[in-house]
Design a protein around this ligand. Sequence first.
Ligand code: NAP
Length: 544
Amino acid sequence: MADALQHAPSPAASRNGDVEQYDVLILGAGVTGLYSLYRFRELGFSARAFEDASGVGGTWYWNRYPGARFDSESYTYGYSFSEELLQEWDWKELYSGQPENERYLNYVADKFDLRRHIRFNSRVASCVFDEAENRWEIETDDGHRARGRFLITAVGLLSAHYVPDFEGIHDFKGPWCHTGRWPKEGMALAGKRVGVIGTGATAVQLITEIAKEVAHLTVFQRTANYCAPLRNRPITDEEQEEIRVNYPEIFRKCMETPGSFLHEFDTRSALEVSPEERMAQYERLWQEPGFKKWLGNFYDVMMPGEANEDYAEFFRNKIRERVHNPEVAEMLVPKDHMFGSKRLPCESGYYEVYNQDNVLLVDVRKAPIQRITPNGVKTADAEYELDVIIYATGYDAVTGSLNRMRIQGQGGLTLQEKFAQGPRTYMGIQSVGFPNLFTINAASVGNFVRAAEPLVEWVSECVAYVRDNGYRRIQPTQDSEDGWTQHVVEGGEKILRTQADSWFVGANIPGKARFLLTAPDSAPMMRAKRAEVVANGYEGFHLE
Ligand code: NAP
């Protein structure tokens, strides 16, 4: 019965033979998918979301691994569109954990009655544009088809999980999983010999948590990271009260900063103050929670150069202070990339894990993993016997989740073919040859919901504009797409995010073209750019 309800068509939809018809098809029921569904329905569209999972939440549905939590302040991450929702929901911790985050998104789905417009357990395999009818037709893995005038890919920035193609993966006799597909029933780790491959933001959270219960932990590290203390704690009742009153101010502040976080850079250079003052600021920020020590510091720590290296050395020394064995400490000290060129993992006792007798750190840069054996992991110089293997090996970011479907536009061209050398879009949102398709998973950066909300609003208003003005199609002009692509390349050269080999530029996936996958601009600049496009009558777009 529950399943029948979940698969019931959206009320405003119609049918043409076997195929359900909607105005808008939304792929995904995570943070952006849910809000898209809400917005489009508010604007009077019939809309249906298709979700691979059995529930809502996206990232917060799949990432059930122990230790998964926000590293944005919880109260800056929630939706801002409903004052009622803001007043009803209390975040319990400064940095809320996965179970609570999933509960929140379920609460939102129920409060706004979104669930009945979502088809769950529906992995979309193909999306094909019918040029004669100006309609997108999608087909799910189980053969269900639906058609819509507009297609919105709310499939997430980091959702196509990546497991390296190690020989022998399926030979391993014990249980194994990727962190982004953590089983709902959990993994039995207590008393087991567990291996974790990877030391990114996910692994750092996971390792700290599971080190408390496993018999033995082997961590396979290729690249050491700059990790900063999260300093999570419960939010007190008084603080809760204050947050509820201050939401407008909190969101206003977030909207002014480059990554939509609360933290503002110090406008001074690290090099214009005395070494004592500089160190005092580093130490003060180190004691603060969250990303402040990154995004609230002297502005030039986030630019290549002397200030960046000075702050990197401060981080390195913090690691050396915390890890007792100097050899292990040196393995954990990042030396091959600049501070801030990769996403900063936040931690809650990560480095101390390596002081435990039952934890072993293995350098797989020196001796790479050669294969997975029935009993564990074999590197170039040893074999490690394990009962469980966990792959914390990241994601085929942004384009990965699009490429895992067949998205076919005009003239039979697929998005996969078009994006082979990196995304070719206008503002990350639309691509020539794919009319009425909005790739909203490809355009957000920073504090996720703060970036996603205005983007969803822009896209839904754009679609309403197309409808209300009697147009059939919208897509960018070739000039605007070329100009934007060039801007991403040139703007990207100037920012730290392109300087390391990470998911930001697709360098974590063998064979993927190196290309900045998100806009090089700050969030306020992106919003201003989109507003200017609207003010000029959707300049840069071709409306038919
Ligand atoms: P990630 O940062 O890409 O890290 C993947 C890890 O796997 C890296 O240590 C990588 O090593 C390693 N790896 C990949 N292939 C390997 C191979 N063949 N052999 C050995 N090691 C290999 O992925 P992630 O940790 O899942 O994080 C991805 C992003 O998700 C983060 O940057 C962040 O934006 C987001 N995230 C957010 C939160 C939060 O908000 N709280 C938490 C977790 C993640 P290399 O570094 O050498 O490639």
